[in-house]
Design a protein around this ligand. Structure first.
Ligand code: PHE
Length: 517
């Protein structure tokens, strides 16, 4: 009988806590601090928690259990795992990773801005001067940091503050993940609790400010009538998917480094509720500050008036409020350090998913793959450091994280729901987990989640296509973003066709006694 050579043992997390922290670190990111509070406030205030939890239960948690479940059971990253479900499905995994890389390139740019603000806060703190955006926070961001041009085709030159921030970000990512899980396991022990501690410290500062109460009232007062609007539900589902980092193969890769018989269901519940709790908590920090800003502004303003959207909230409105507070430099340093530590583990989780996919297929060596990817990320990311970078960031974000994520999630549900024995998968999940999931989970994966994703995807696509007909919008650039959505699929298909020696997982099938590791 010929003995097949055994594949090398798969890398493992240091402990279950390390895995949990890494998964929470990926989920908890910039999305919790700037996206959730703003989305909640503008979609029903306190009443938004209802669609949010419905979205979490009907789509977020089922899909998370699915990703963690197949990663842990099949012991491969997204392309390998999907390829084992059906030979023809490997490309979907590469597609997910291609979408993820596009996101990582601009996520790094947002981190780059945060480095700049941290640097100037620290400088003000140590030199005892005021923060440089004291006079005009808007022009500090658009003129100094971004050097923003009038439109997406006016590239101008490079903005050096962004280039330096990008370099710092990619060097950090390289240093953290090039050695493998041992270092990552240690890093997440810092990057997950630290921002939470910083947010608590910030809240202690902001809750006593004048106007804090008005801000909280705006954030939390339920406006139940808004729940009748479909857009509020769409926002809830979009936020849940983005925040749990679903659809990019991250959770599949992370779980593939867990021993096969670890508790999936419990871990997924912990990750989802920790993520939701941190989002909800971050809202307190943001809205006490915005309430103060409304009160402290020279011209009388109301809270809704000071609520800016997206990046504007974090990089213009919030710094403006900080500048008005006593101890501005310290508060600024805490806030931007929180932002950086929130973002870094989300960013390296995307990169880790990609490295895992490549390592599973080709024996290239982690050092080399990580170096090439980070250098490539830096180079491509220079697009976001040009004067037109901000415009492109908005466009690529719309296509990739709103539309691309829903599209990948949908295909994933269909493949696993319809081509994999979900009944058997559920029984297996229950056999390793403390909390048992009922048949509702299969119903979600087969019908409910895909149906919701079709709706989310169609409405997002209609919105994006609608913009192409709006003369006010940069139509050509939006079209380029749409083409990028097609390019990532082509990349997925092509990479799947390159032949590779797929390294077999050390135990392809479960032993009959169900015990392993
Ligand atoms: N979950 C992260 C956040 O909330 C965002 C993210 C999306 C991270 C996709 C990785 C991949 O910021």
């Amino acid at each position: 009988m010929s003995q097949k050579p055994r594949a090398p043992l798969r890398a493992r997390w240091d402990s279950r806590t390390a895995f949990l922290f890494a998964a929470i670190g990926s989920a908890v990111g910039l999305g919790n601090l700037w996206r959730f509070p703003y989305i909640a406030a503008s979609n029903g205030g306190g009443a938004f928690l209802i669609p949010y939890f419905v979205a979490l239960l009907t789509a977020g948690i089922p899909l998370l259990i699915l990703e963690v479940g197949i990663g842990q059971r099949l012991q491969q990253g997204a392309p390998g795992a999907l390829g084992r479900i059906g030979k023809g499905f490997e490309w979907v995994g590469w597609w997910a990773l291609a979408v993820g890389s596009m996101i990582s390139f601009y996520y790094a740019a947002v981190m780059a801005w945060s480095w700049d603000y941290l640097w100037f806060s620290l400088k003000a703190l140590f030199c005892g001067t005021g923060v440089p955006w004291q006079q005009d926070a808007e022009s500090f961001f658009t003129t100094f940091v971004l050097q923003k041009s009038a439109g997406p085709w006016e590239f101008g030159g490079l903005s050096w503050p962004v280039v330096i921030g990008l370099a710092l970000t990619w060097v950090a990512v390289f240093l953290i993940i090039h050695r493998g899980l041992k270092v990552v396991s240690k890093v997440v022990m810092v990057t997950v609790p630290l921002p939470i501690i910083l947010l608590v410290a910030l809240l202690i500062r902001t809750i006593y400010l004048n106007g804090a109460e008005a801000g909280l009232a705006y954030y939390l007062t339920p406006r139940f009538e808004e729940l009748l609007k479909p857009s509020v539900w769409l926002a809830a589902y979009g936020q849940v998917f983005f925040s749990l980092s679903l659809g990019f193969g991250i959770m599949i890769a992370y779980a593939s480094y867990e021993p096969r018989r670890s508790d999936v269901n419990n871990d997924c519940l912990i990750v989802s509720f920790a993520d939701a709790a941190i989002s909800f908590f971050a809202g307190f920090v943001v809205f006490t500050t915005l309430g103060y800003l409304a009160m402290a502004s020279a011209v009388p303003t109301t809270v809704p008036e000071v609520v800016g959207a997206g990046p504007g909230l974090t990089f213009i409105t919030y710094p403006k409020a900080i500048a008005l507070m006593p101890g501005a430099a310290l508060v600024g340093a805490l806030f931007f350090l929180a932002l950086l530590t929130l973002g870094i583990d989300s960013l390296f989780s995307i990169v880790e998913a990609i490295i895992t996919g490549i390592e599973d297929k080709w024996p290239i060596g982690r050092d080399k793959i990580t170096a090439i990817f980070c250098a490539g990320g830096m180079l491509i990311g220079l697009l976001y450091a040009t004067h037109a970078g901000y415009h492109w960031l908005g466009i690529v974000d719309g296509w990739m994280s709103d539309f691309g994520l829903a599209a990948v999630g949908l295909v994933e549900c269909i493949i696993i729901g319809w081509f994999y024995k979900t009944g058997e998968l559920r029984r297996w999940l229950n056999s390793v987990s403390e909390v048992h999931i009922g048949p509702w989970w299969e119903v979600c994966i087969k019908f409910i989640t895909p149906a919701i994703l079709v709706v989310v995807m169609t409405l997002t696509l209609l919105g994006l296509v609608g913009q192409m007909f709006d003369p006010e919008k940069p139509r050509l650039a939006i079209l380029v973003g749409g083409l990028l959505s097609v390019v990532v699929i082509v990349v997925g298909v092509l990479v799947a066709r390159i032949s590779g020696e797929v390294v077999p997982p050390e135990r392809p099938e479960l032993p009959a006694d169900g015990k392993d590791e």
